[in-house]
Ligand binder design. Structure first.
Ligand code: FAD
Length: 616
């Protein structure tokens, strides 16, 4: 037969045309964001037969939404910038809970990865001297974010995607992976379905790289898109890997609050980096009241000094609007709670009174259009109304820093679905660089492992494939049950109310009870119709992951009795020294229906790196 596969162009097997479709690769990368694409390119370059599987269209991953830039100590604006300062900023931003080795590799390798993107055709904004332009972001000592206006993610994806396609890497798009397959303790492949036809597909591969992004869709107000249902986190747990840092969820300080249809949509930090300030309903620039002890030495405490910083960044302290995100989000939350919010329950972000309309339109074109078209607000003339929005999860699959290998042989994780790099709080711009640095490392390691196996690849068990089919079809089995949308809506509301930006032990305990109840409801849900493009069925499958990941967040948040980074406890408002020495690790429980939690000491930072916190 000469039938060719519609996506790959490869000849299809007999069963592909009728029932189960099968493919065989050395490395399968799940996810086509920055992390997945970079990993796939590296695996291909290392000689592995590589495929990318993604549940949305190629080019439509979350990375495309990234606005501000890629953090890398290139020193183009400030020659005194270097990897040591970037490393120090990253660790301090994460409140020292980061995996130090990941933070080190990230700071050391990010400049090379950005340069490489340019070599592959990315068109960055330039300095007057023709170098890649770098902009200011919160928590970074120097202007460090390589950017393309406020559409950096789009350019990054365009470049990586073009390269991946040019290299001939096979892409399976609109294909969702629902299970990882193993033989013994090792990965043997992945199981999924085509979203359009509902047909099942098995990927035979000894190396699988998870690059599935974040978890934001478990929360009601979020900057994240529909894809962020924590699939990679849940797939890893079910395969036997562990998650760390799950209590740390970043609430970005500035999301839109109005109109309701776009509540949570991101307002990039570049607005503040380019001079925007925060004011309450009384017109007060309130961030001066919220400078924590930890950052006092380097933060301006008068408006005059804060404003001078934009002209001479070397000799002046930074404006308090550019404190790390957790600090700014908490301050905004406090102002709103104290009754000094805007009519729509936010705070004002004002760049109109501080920069010319031409400057704003040039530096922030997407923000200008976003507010004009969605809220009928001209940001060159009037302030924006903004409030915190669930944005990023610091927690993810626990991996080896150098190779991104999880606790399961053959399973790698990279990008937002991996944990450790950002500790308790990520600095803006450090995600895009994370994707590039660790994407490359994961791809190389996954290819090398597959090659080392020679002919001794773990094989896919037909029983496991049958079980995966049955699990995927379960939502069609029961009749008259609840639909998945109502459960998802209740979960999102519950996570927002009980596991949000400010938490208490009582609320977290309640959230765990509610999650158990949602699980019970999800076990009995039913979906209508058949397998051909059926969004209700897709959601029913995603919901399993959202519930498992939500449980991880709530359980770890309840256990960590302190406030640190993206985890604020009203009943434990201080940062505790004893909690500063350990991580919380989650694994699937013996029954396979929830997670167990354990404490784990942080890896010890070598002495030569410790000196950076004393002298720079
Ligand atoms: C609005 C916005 C602006 C941002 N701006 C910045 C910025 O300026 N700088 C910065 O550093 N960070 C920024 N971030 C964060 C950053 O964009 C993300 O953390 C990063 O892009 C995540 O990349 P990723 O490759 O890990 O995941 P993604 O880019 O989301 O890719 C995930 C991929 O996994 C696929 N997938 C998921 N589940 C499955 C499954 N079960 N089966 C198959 N495929 C699956 C998806 O289809 C997708 O292709 C921003 C985030 C947002 C929301």
């Amino acid at each position: 037969m000469s039938d060719r596969h519609p996506m790959t162009g490869n000849e299809m097997s007999g069963s592909e045309r009728g029932g189960l479709e099968r493919h065989s690769y050395d490395v399968v990368v799940i996810g086509a964001g920055g992390a997945g694409l970079r990993a796939a390119i590296a695996a291909h370059d290392a000689g592995a037969r590589t495929a990318i599987v993604c549940k949305s269209l190629l080019g439509k991953a979350h990375t495309v939404m990234a606005e501000g830039g890629i953090a890398a100590a290139m020193g183009n604006r400030w020659p005194e910038d270097n990897w040591e300062v970037h490393f120090r900023d990253t660790m301090r931003g994460g409140k020292m809970l980061n995996n130090w080795r990941m933070a080190q590799l990230h700071a050391q390798e990010a400049p090379e990865r950005v340069q490489e993107l340019e070599d592959w055709g990315a068109l960055f904004d330039r300095t007057e001297d023709g170098l890649i332009s770098q902009r200011d972001f919160g928590g970074h000592r120097y202007a460090r974010l390589a950017h393309v206006g406020d559409r950096t993610g789009l350019e990054m994806i365009r470049t990586l995607q073009q390269r991946a396609v040019a290299l001939g890497i096979d892409v399976f798009m609109e294909c969702t992976v629902t299970e990882l397959l193993k033989e013994g303790g090792s990965i043997s492949g992945a199981f999924g379905y085509w979203r359009e036809t509902g047909r099942f597909v098995v990927f035979d591969a000894p190396s699988v790289v998870l690059a599935t992004g974040g978890i934001g869709k478990s929360f009601k107000v979020t900057s994240n898109s529909w894809e962020y249902t924590g699939d990679g986190h849940a797939l890893a747990l079910r395969a036997g890997a562990s998650l760390i840092n799950m209590e740390f969820v970043q609430f970005h300080p500035t999301g839109m609050v109005w109109p309701p249809s776009v509540k949570g949509l991101l307002v990039t930090e570049s607005v503040r980096g380019d001079g925007g300030i925060l004011k309450n309903s009384e017109g007060k620039r309130f961030m001066f009241d919220y400078i924590p002890e930890f950052f006092k030495a380097e933060t301006a405490d008068t408006e005059e000094e804060a404003d001078r910083w934009y002209d001479d960044k070397k000799n002046n302290r930074r404006p308090p609007e550019l404190l790390p995100r957790d600090e700014v989000a908490r301050a905004i939350n406090s102002e709103i709670k104290a009754g000094r919010g805007t009519p729509h329950g936010g705070i004002y972000l004002d760049i109109a009174s501080r920069r010319s309309p031409e400057y704003i339109r040039k530096r922030l074109p997407s923000m200008y259009h976003q507010f004009k078209e969605l809220a009928d607000v001209d940001i060159t003339q009037e302030p924006m109304e903004i409030g915190p929005t669930c944005h990023y999860v610091m927690g993810g699959v626990e991996v080896d820093a150098d190779t991104e290998l999880s606790g399961v042989t053959g399973l790698y994780a990279v990008g937002e679905c991996s944990g450790g790099m950002h500790g308790s709080n990520r600095l803006g711009g450090n995600s895009l660089s994370d994707l590039l640095v660790f994407g490359r490392r994961a791809g190389e390691a996954a290819a090398s492992y597959a090659e080392g196996l020679g002919g001794q690849r773990p094989s896919v068990s037909e029983d496991d494939v049958k079980a995966a089919e049955q699990a995927a079809l379960a939502p069609f089995e029961s009749e008259g049950g609840e639909n998945p949308y109502s459960i998802q809506q209740d979960l999102q509301q519950s996570m927002n109310d009980l596991v949000g930006i400010i938490r208490t032990g009582q609320e977290l305990s309640r959230s765990l009870e509610e999650i158990e109840a949602f699980k019970g409801r999800a076990g009995k849900l039913s979906v209508e119709g058949h397998r051909q493009y059926n969004p209700g069925w897709h959601l029913a499958l995603d919901l399993r992951n959202m519930l498992l990941v939500s449980e991880c967040i709530a359980k770890a948040a309840l256990a960590r009795e302190e406030s640190r980074g993206g985890h604020t406890r009203d009943d434990f408002p201080m940062t505790s020294d004893s909690w500063g020495t350990k991580n919380l690790v989650l694994r699937l429980n013996a029954a396979g229906d929830g997670v167990d939690l354990a404490e784990q000491p942080l890896p010890v930072m070598p002495e030569d790196l410790q000196t950076y916190f004393e002298s720079k």
